[in-house]
Write a protein that binds this ligand. Structure first.
Ligand SMILES: *Cc1c(COP(=O)(O)O)cnc(C)c1O
Length: 241
């Protein structure tokens, strides 16, 4: 059948992509004296058929990134989920928290107190401590969500008031840059913020995860301190919306 042939081809492509990406991650880590094992590769699943998400899982991908609540809920039961963690990485509306709070291991896109308060409330109901990352709008772009970089420290200090939340790190999507040096500056600033917050002892806060780097810039991100890269296109190919 024509169709199953192309599914097989696409699965083969995904396996090749993941092999290549893993090699590149190892090289990038070693090139700056880092341990490749410290870097987590996330597969970003938006628009991707569960068949292909499972191909990635079968290749040993241990972390999925989900953007849309509705899409995730309709796909999640089709995933081979043994042993796989899921992070919510897309903008999350407060009224949708209750649908995913028991289904994901981390919410990476937290940037306001209303959302935090809702996560606290829903996590408390499940008697769960929800892991979150704070999203930083490192380029201060109007079009992007995320905290202003100058306000992150104050914000972090206030999060210690939420007993059912563990702030485990930071997430960012830097602006599109013409110059690689500009991109590197953004990653460096994120890394510095991550280190600065990490040195403070704040209840319910630990800086374990620095989630930055996507298909176009993940090797640069790794060389500048990222320990979690979120890849969609590089793994699954171009998205069809
Ligand atoms: C879509 C998306 C990614 C992956 O983007 P690619 O360029 O396809 O790798 C990573 N992070 C977030 C928040 C996304 O929405």
């Amino acid at each position: 059948m024509m169709e199953s042939y192309s599914v097989k081809e696409k699965q083969e492509q995904i396996r090749e992509n993941i092999d290549r990406i893993r090699e590149e991650i190892v090289k990038a880590a070693l090139s700056c004296g880092r341990n490749p094992d410290d870097i987590t590769l996330m597969a970003v699943t938006k628009t991707v058929d569960p068949i292909f998400v499972n191909t990635a899982i079968d290749c040993g991908i241990k972390l999925l990134g989900e953007n849309r609540v509705q899409e995730f809920l309709s796909k999640k039961d089709k995933y081979h989920r043994n042993d796989v963690s899921v992070h919510m990485i897309g903008h999350l509306q407060t009224n949708k928290v209750k649908y995913i709070i028991g289904e994901v291991d981390c919410i990476e896109s937290v940037d306001n107190h209303r959302l935090l308060a809702e996560i606290e409330k829903e996590a408390a109901k499940l008697n769960k401590r929800m892991k979150v990352l704070l999203e930083v709008n490192i380029g201060r772009e109007e079009s992007k969500s995320g905290l202003d970089p100058d306000k992150v420290l104050d914000f972090v200090e206030e999060t210690s008031a939420y007993p059912h939340i563990h702030v485990a790190g930071l997430m960012a999507i830097p602006p599109i840059c013409d110059q690689i040096s500009d991109l590197e500056d953004y990653f460096d600033r994120m890394y510095q913020l991550f280190l600065d917050i990490g040195t403070k002892k704040i209840d319910n806060v630990s800086m374990d995860l620095l989630s930055m780097g996507m298909s176009g810039d993940y090797l640069t991100a790794i060389r500048h301190g990222s320990n979690m890269v979120r890849l969609g296109t590089a793994i699954f190919g171009k998205r069809n919306y």
